[in-house]
Design a protein around this ligand. Structure first.
Ligand SMILES: [Zn+2]
Length: 116
C-alpha cells in the first residue's frame, strides 16, 4: 500500500543553515541576506521580500547569530568575497527594540515557589 500526499510534501519546508550558529532550521525562521556593493563596501542587506538578486546567505535576525557570523568570518565565505562588509543594517535589524518576531511576554508572572 502506498500513500501519496499531494499537497503536504516537502515543498514549502525549505531547510537552511544559519551562518551564525550553524543550526539547520526552516528557512522561514531565518532572514535571507544579500551583499550589495556601495562604493567600496559590501552592505549586508536583509532581503525581507526575498526578491533581491545575487548570492544569498541565511541568518537568525538576532544579535547573537550576528556576532557569531562575524567572529567566524562567515560573511566572506557566504558571499564568496573578502569584503569589507558593512553590517550597520544588520545591527539595526537585530536590535532588541526593533525585533520583528519578538513574542510579547505577560507582565505579571506567578511566583512558582509558594511554600506554606
Ligand atoms: Zn542562528
Amino acid at each position: 500500500m502506498r500513500k501519496t500526499s499531494p499537497q503536504t510534501g516537502r515543498v514549502g519546508k525549505v531547510v537552511r543553515t544559519c551562518i551564525g550558529c550553524r543550526e539547520r532550521v526552516e528557512a522561514s525562521t531565518l532572514v535571507r541576506l544579500v551583499a550589495v556593493w556601495e562604493s567600496t563596501t559590501l552592505v549586508v542587506t536583509p532581503d525581507l521580500g526575498r526578491s533581491l538578486p545575487g548570492r544569498g546567505a541565511h541568518l537568525h535576525p538576532t544579535e547573537r547569530c550576528l556576532e557569531l557570523a562575524t567572529r567566524r568570518k562567515a560573511w566572506g565565505r557566504a558571499f564568496r568575497t573578502s569584503g569589507p562588509f558593512d553590517l550597520t543594517t544588520m545591527y539595526d535589524l537585530a536590535a532588541p527594540n526593533g525585533s520583528p518576531t519578538g513574542d510579547p511576554r505577560p507582565e505579571s508572572e506567578h511566583p512558582l515557589m509558594e511554600n506554606r
